[in-house]
Design a protein around this ligand. Structure first.
Ligand SMILES: Nc1ncnc2c1ncn2[C@@H]1O[C@H](COP(=O)(O)OP(=O)(O)O)[C@@H](O)[C@H]1O
Ligand SMILES: [Mg+2]
Length: 230
């Protein structure tokens, strides 16, 4: 089953095209990496997929409506940001809690489960701004997971985190895809961000997108931990 199908998409902001004739299919259970240099249009493509920018030419069909999104920024939470880790995750539950209503036990439980999944439960009462970039990144992923999305979209999740956190992040994404069956689409400017355990790797270049690798290179059932060599 397809989660997202992009057909003959063209997009530009004011003048000229940023993306030209983009075709991309995301299938249920995919773990897709898209690599491209800075300014190549990766964030633009994600915003189009999310419906944050209007599609003018071509089409984007989204079968799954429950999309988790981890935006590019989000690592810059300042030390005095007045929210705990649990509160940050709960921000994404206000749709189901209801505005001005009090969170119920089940909502706390959902947020705690999401923090459990990313290995951050013991930090739930800490102030978000006091955590490292890598830890904040995991909390942002928990926040996007709290609504049980069918697909998780991450924009440059490794920007600004140390190499140990980067490794932990890849392991987490691998597990979410493999064990939880979560469809994942991640964009990165870094070649080290496209991994052997991804089943499709695309490159955005010269306004177009092309598949540069299909099928997993790593063995089924084991986390490989290596970047691909292209
Ligand atoms: N809101 C905007 N208005 C006009 N131009 C934009 C806007 N956002 C991005 N751009 C331009 O579109 C191009 C692609 O940007 P972006 O999608 O952010 O690239 P990437 O995420 O790959 O770094 C860049 O040239 C950027 O300057
Ligand atoms: Mg970007």
């Amino acid at each position: 089953m397809n989660s997202i199908e992009i057909k003959n998409l063209k997009f530009g902001y004011e003048d000229g095209l940023i993306l030209d004739n983009i075709n991309l299919m995301v299938e249920k259970g995919d773990y897709i990496g898209i690599v491209g240099s800075n300014g190549s249009g990766k964030s633009t493509l994600i915003k189009l997929i999310l419906g944050l920018l209007p599609v003018k030419t071509g089409s984007i069909t989204r079968t799954e409506t429950n999309v988790g999104y981890v935006p590019q920024v989000g690592l810059s939470v300042k030390g005095d940001f007045p929210a705990t880790v649990l509160e940050v995750v709960m921000l994404n539950l206000y749709g189901s809690i209801g505005l001005f209503k009090r969170a119920k036990q089940k909502h706390y439980k959902m947020a705690e489960e999401a923090l459990e999944t990313v290995g951050m439960i013991e930090y739930k009462d800490r102030m978000i701004g006091k955590l490292s970039g890598g830890q904040q990144q995991r909390v942002m992923i928990a926040k996007s997971l709290v609504n049980n999305p069918d697909i998780l979209i991450l924009d440059e999740p490794i920007a600004g985190i140390d190499s140990e956190s980067e490794k932990n992040l890849y392991q987490l994404l691998y597990r979410l895809n493999k064990d939880n069956g979560l469809t994942i689409l991640m964009v990165t400017h870094s070649l080290s961000g496209v991994r052997k355990d991804m089943n499709k790797i695309y490159e955005i270049k010269d306004k177009g997108i092309k598949l540069i690798q299909a099928e997993k290179q790593s063995e089924e059932g084991s986390y490989d931990g290596d970047a691909v060599t292209i």
